[in-house]
Ligand binder design. Structure first.
Ligand code: ATP
Length: 439
């Protein structure tokens, strides 16, 4: 049963089409012709997204002693973005191709137009990526606000609030998941680059002396998170930024990159941001954002390690990595080999006869029992071979088939997604059996 994966160019097309057909990802506002670089998650995409976010929260908040969560608002005081540097510096430099008139990010094209191959461009112009809006009834500059381009600043401005509420000692961190908005100029590559997306960000506060060690540890932690959730190690790498790429305040920055069908690209960045952010906010707001070390009787600005990942990019990597095509008994099988934690559906209940009332009642009762603890679906709309293929294609872990024999012996057939092995299991032990296997 060797895995035969399609070529890279086909693979992306196949994944986009599967995502649409099976309800993972739809184009936003499709009936109006769509809106560029915005995407909606369908029923299965919504489940997958919840699972990715839950897995992250569990790993970085609940399973640790040194982290707490936060959920800050998207709209923030506009001074926030002056302090963070976004109003001044959050720009892409754009050029227009003089021949075909398309517009590109200068750092994306290496001097050659990707559309018409011309090398004749206009001068570069800076373009701020923040979406503007207005607060209040009058659309004037006094009410100017921005949709946040990152979640991180919500953490920095709440530093004192969290410290006062939780009485933490260093090192400790604050984690947040939430929407961010960027008016990206180069669109494309499906959900890799969106104008509205979700981030999973951590600001981990530590002493300057311990910051190098914390930075290294977070790179390892975050790399392991992707591997634990099923991504093949060969498809991941760490790329350390050169000095010419580093922001002036950063002491180090590394990207975790994934081998996407369109090339190695950033999944998550981990940076040692020194004490830049807290100092900036202290200066712009007048608040004292130093850490008060009562044991040592001193106040200082902690250093910050920032692991910053994208929910949507993560999901795309999990989808790409899970996608497999196999030949089974002369027929092609497409299977999404999601990890146990991420699979959007854990169990499908498939009654073999939909006209046998007793069998339908048994099958529905099985679902009723299982769905208290596991995400289940019920499908009786095709022949069994087709039902199995449908579930493989969305990565469902187990298919439970209820047949006439089940009415006599209260046993059902449980089929494993990966091995395709089938076992007869007693209805009374079914839930325990499945939960055990999913551990
Ligand atoms: P890129 O160089 O690809 O524009 P970035 O370096 O600007 O990304 P960061 O500002 O470090 O990205 O954001 C942290 C994470 O947020 C990224 O690693 C990515 O996973 C996610 N992210 C950033 N921009 C987008 C976007 N437009 N669409 C989807 N996810 C994004």
């Amino acid at each position: 049963m060797p895995a035969e994966n399609p070529s890279n160019s086909d693979l992306m097309e196949k994944i986009v089409s599967l995502c649409k057909r099976r309800g993972f990802i739809f184009q936003s506002s499709e009936i109006y012709g769509g809106l560029a670089s915005t995407w909606d998650y369908g029923p299965l995409g919504a489940e997958l997204k919840r699972n990715v976010k839950d897995a992250w929260w569990k790993a970085v908040v609940h399973n640790r002693d040194d982290m707490v969560g936060l959920d800050a608002s998207i709209l923030m005081h506009p001074k926030t973005w002056d302090a963070s540097g976004h109003t001044k510096n959050f720009n892409d430099v754009l050029v227009d191709c003089k021949k075909c008139k398309n517009r590109f990010r200068v750092d994306h094209i290496k001097g050659v137009c990707p559309v018409c191959k011309s090398k004749d461009f206009t001068e570069g112009r800076a373009f701020n990526l923040m979406f503007k809006t207005h607060i209040g009834a009058v659309e004037d500059d006094k009410g100017l606000a921005y949709l946040r381009p990152e979640t991180a600043q919500g953490i920095f401005v709440n530093f004192n609030n969290v410290m006062d509420a939780t009485h933490r000692r260093l090192p400790f961190g604050i984690a947040q998941i939430g929407k961010s908005f960027r008016n990206e100029v180069t669109a494309g590559n499906f959900t890799f680059r969106m104008r509205e997306f979700e981030q999973m960000e951590i600001e981990y506060f530590t002493t300057p002396e311990a910051s190098d060690e914390c930075y290294k540890k977070w790179i390892e932690e975050r790399f392991a998170w992707y591997v634990n959730l099923g991504i093949r190690k060969d498809n991941l790498k760490i790329r350390e930024h050169g000095n010419d790429e580093l922001a002036h305040y950063a002491k180090g920055c590394s990207d975790i990159e994934y081998n996407f069908p369109f090339g190695w690209s950033e999944l998550e960045g981990i940076a040692n941001r020194t004490d830049f952010d807290l100092k900036q906010h202290a200066q712009f707001s007048g608040a004292d954002l130093r850490f008060n070390d009562q044991l040592e009787n001193k106040k200082f600005y902690p250093y910050v390690i920032e692991p910053s990942g994208g929910v949507d990019r993560g999901m795309l990597a999990f989808l790409v990595d899970a996608y497999h095509e196999e030949e089974v008994e002369g027929r092609q099988r497409v299977v999404l080999r999601f990890s146990k934690q991420l699979a959007p559906v854990k169990v499908a209940i498939l009654p073999l006869l939909k006209k046998n009332d007793d069998l339908v009642i048994l099958a529905k009762n099985i679902k009723k029992d299982l769905q208290k603890d596991l995400v289940c679906v019920y499908d009786d709309t095709a022949a069994i071979g087709k039902l199995y293929r449908r579930q493989d294609e969305i990565g469902t872990f187990f298919c439970v088939t209820v047949d006439v024999q089940s009415l006599e012996d209260r046993h059902v057939t449980v089929r494993d997604r990966d091995t395709m092995k089938q076992e007869r299991i007693s209805v009374d032990n079914l839930k325990k059996y499945i939960i055990e296997k999913l551990k």
